[in-house]
Design a protein around this ligand. Structure first.
Ligand SMILES: NC(=O)C1=CN([C@@H]2O[C@H](COP(=O)(O)OP(=O)(O)OC[C@H]3O[C@@H](n4cnc5c(N)ncnc54)[C@H](O)[C@@H]3O)[C@@H](O)[C@H]2O)[C@@H](O)CC1
Ligand SMILES: [K+]
Length: 615
């Protein structure tokens, strides 16, 4: 599923309007209808303002995963039920959904039976059946109504907060469909209705012609207490900066009303590109994202304000995304399989042996931080590689003998106190020359001459090189753009603090636009970059980015990053290329974390070793 910026979305809108000849008002109608369908689906579910959001907490929802709050349409991103993927929480609008609602296709019930039980069909039966028995329909004949836009005996009353741009126009179109579905609506204009222009003005006039009641902020009393839900159509991808004036006041009032809020496209007040929250920002139960998933909806804190995100098609072809230069994707099993060519089933050859699956060299650990090396080495084996050699300081070696009998140990020299020194580089290079992957960083520590040590590895390693933890801190202190590169891939796996040191920024600056920064850094430095944290971003040297949404809050525990280093290295050893290994490694790491968290009495008890065991 593609992730777009506001500017790319505008370009995609223009392409559809100009090249395909689809009028802008038609797109807006589709948007309005989609929003109305999702409001109706929410009403059917009876979700409360906060109840709808429970699935995002990571503790509830399908599979105990934070992903249960996501559903999508438009690119067929489902995994087809693969148990490996764990994507049971993902549903596609327009196909059979558990709630039986919000289907872009009318007349299907929750089980996908066409024409058997829609309200329209009931009416036909009633008319045919006469007194005293069920209707008998001729074989093969069925009629159904527009179930997605029907809500029986609702008693619902929704406020439609409308801004003066196209986002407001979407809300006004939705209001008409809601009214048709039997839901009472009141339009709340943030600005004088006369100030609306273009398609939004057309929607204003259509709503007025239908007799929909309307109030205007600053002129009329707005009764939030009397409504049962709120459509937020104040600001969309055209918003700039913090909401001002009436917009700010309406957002604040909507949030404090405690009512369910369904946002059109993005929660008003969210930066659609970065996920930053302006003050104030809507906190939605559901966000009906139009056409393409906006980057800001998958990056925190925005992802936390959006509630359940549903991506709905409005007539803009999915294929046009690449034409518009979209380089970011939500990481789904489908993306792994088709865009990246990863065998997500991790099939093993019946003829395979340990030599088939590659050999990792890990240079890691020191006397005070031996566990980091052990975790990374064990994770590489659990990721499926054939062999792992753990190179470590001589003084550490006796303490780890037998800690994991599957791991081969190699004394690399080092200082008397069990730390590394510059002289170990030659031995690490010698060991790495006959192995498939070299990984370093976990538990490495800093030492005199460490910059030169890393330069030797960087320039001398022939196979893929994975750098994490202290290797990244060393790198941050070096001008490595001057180092020669033997043409093998490098994968960097920083957490936000390490990323800040690498990029010369503060951690807050790193977190402000994770996708943008990861892309800029990866392309500028020619590396595969894994920016860790909730919804890790993987960026490639040729300018592609993937946002991962597997994982669990319980994974915030010491050593989880070392496990990721091991997994990525283990996948590289098995022959995955650097991008495949980084992306699939992050994905598997998150899945294993979810499983491990689910297996504990409380996810707070999760420790890094549990993630390895859940691989
Ligand atoms: N053909 C299209 O272009 C389509 C656009 N669509 C909708 O249109 C939206 C984008 O519409 P627009 O580009 O008109 O922009 P918006 O509707 O997001 O907002 C623009 C309006 O808000 C005002 N504004 C901007 N920032 C503000 C702030 N911080 N405080 C107060 N007022 C502010 C501007 O003066 C302008 O009047 C999308 O998010 C989507 O909902 C959909 O209808 C689909 C088709
Ligand atoms: K909005």
């Amino acid at each position: 599923m593609d992730l777009v910026t506001a500017e790319q979305m505008r370009q995609l809108d223009r392409m559809t309007i100009e090249k395909l000849g689809i009028p802008a008002i038609a797109l807006m109608e589709n948007a309005g209808r989609a929003i109305a369908e999702e409001v109706i689906a929410l009403c059917r579910r009876g979700g409360s303002a906060h109840g709808e959001r429970a699935g995002r907490s990571g503790s509830g929802g399908v599979g105990g995963s934070g992903r249960s709050g996501w559903s999508g349409s438009g690119d067929g991103s489902e995994d087809g039920g693969s148990s490996e993927s764990g994507w049971s929480g993902w549903s596609r609008s327009g196909e059979s959904r558990e709630d039986g609602g919000a289907s872009g296709n009318s007349g299907e019930d929750g089980a996908g039976r066409r024409g058997e039980c829609g309200p329209g069909a009931e009416r036909i039966r009633g008319g045919n059946g006469g007194v005293g028995g069920p209707a008998v329909l001729p074989p093969g004949f069925a009629v159904s109504g527009d179930r997605a836009l029907t809500l029986d005996a609702s008693g619902e009353h929704w406020l439609i907060l409308a801004g003066k741009g196209n986002n407001g126009g979407d809300g006004l179109a939705a209001a008409r469909y809601l009214r048709e579905a039997g839901i009472a609506v009141t339009l709340v204009y943030a600005a004088a209705p006369e100030s609306l222009a273009g398609e939004a003005a057309v929607q204003r006039d259509a709503a007025a012609a239908m007799g929909l009641p309307a109030v205007v902020y600053g002129r009329d009393v707005i009764d939030f207490a009397a409504c049962s839900g709120i459509v937020d159509a104040l600001l969309g991808t055209g918003s700039a900066g913090a909401p001002r004036g009436a917009y700010a006041a309406l957002i604040a009032a909507a949030n404090s009303s405690g009512k369910r809020i369904v946002s059109a496209d993005i929660p008003s007040g969210l930066n659609a590109d970065t996920g930053e929250l302006h003050e104030p920002c809507i906190h939605a139960a559901v966000t009906v994202c139009l056409a393409f998933l906006k980057r800001g909806l998958v990056q925190y804190p925005g992802a936390g304000a959006a509630g359940q995100v549903v991506v709905r098609s409005i007539g803009i072809p999915a294929a046009s995304a690449r034409e518009a230069g979209v380089q970011a994707s939500l990481l789904t099993p489908e993306v792994l399989r088709t865009r990246l060519g990863v065998d997500v089933s991790r099939r093993r050859s019946p003829e395979g042996h340990k030599g088939t699956y590659g050999h990792v060299l890990l240079a890691a650990g020191s006397l005070a931080m031996s566990g980091a090396g052990l975790l990374a080495a064990r994770a590489a084996l659990r990721a499926g590689c054939g062999l792992v050699t753990w190179a470590l300081p001589d003084k550490l070696l006796p303490y780890v003998i037998g800690a994991a009998p599957e791991i081969m140990l190699a004394a690399a020299g080092g200082r008397e106190d069990g730390t590394w020194n510059a002289g170990t580089a030659a031995e690490v290079l010698r060991l790495g020359a006959v192995r498939d992957v070299t990984a370093t960083g976990p538990g490495l520590g800093r030492f005199e001459g460490d910059g030169e040590w890393l330069r030797m590895l960087w320039e001398g390693t022939q196979g893929p090189l994975v750098l994490d933890a202290d290797a990244l801190n060393i790198l941050a202190d070096c001008d490595y753009s001057a180092w020669s590169c033997p043409g093998r891939p490098v994968i960097l796996t920083p957490h936000p603090g390490e990323m800040a040191r690498l990029a010369g920024l503060t951690t807050a600056e790193v977190q402000r636009d994770r996708i943008g920064l990861a892309l800029a850094y990866a392309t500028q430095h020619g590396v595969v970059l894994v920016l860790k944290g909730a919804h890790s971003v993987i960026a490639t040297p040729d300018g592609e980015a993937y946002v991962n949404i597997t994982g669990h809050p319980g994974m915030g525990t010491g050593g989880a990053g070392d496990v990721l280093t091991g997994i990525i290295s283990g996948l590289l050893a098995q022959g995955l290329n650097a991008v495949q290994a980084a992306v699939f490694g992050v994905y598997l790491h998150g899945l294993a974390g979810e499983r491990a968290a689910g297996a504990r009495t409380h996810p707070a008890g999760l420790i890094a070793g549990d993630i390895i065991e859940a691989l």
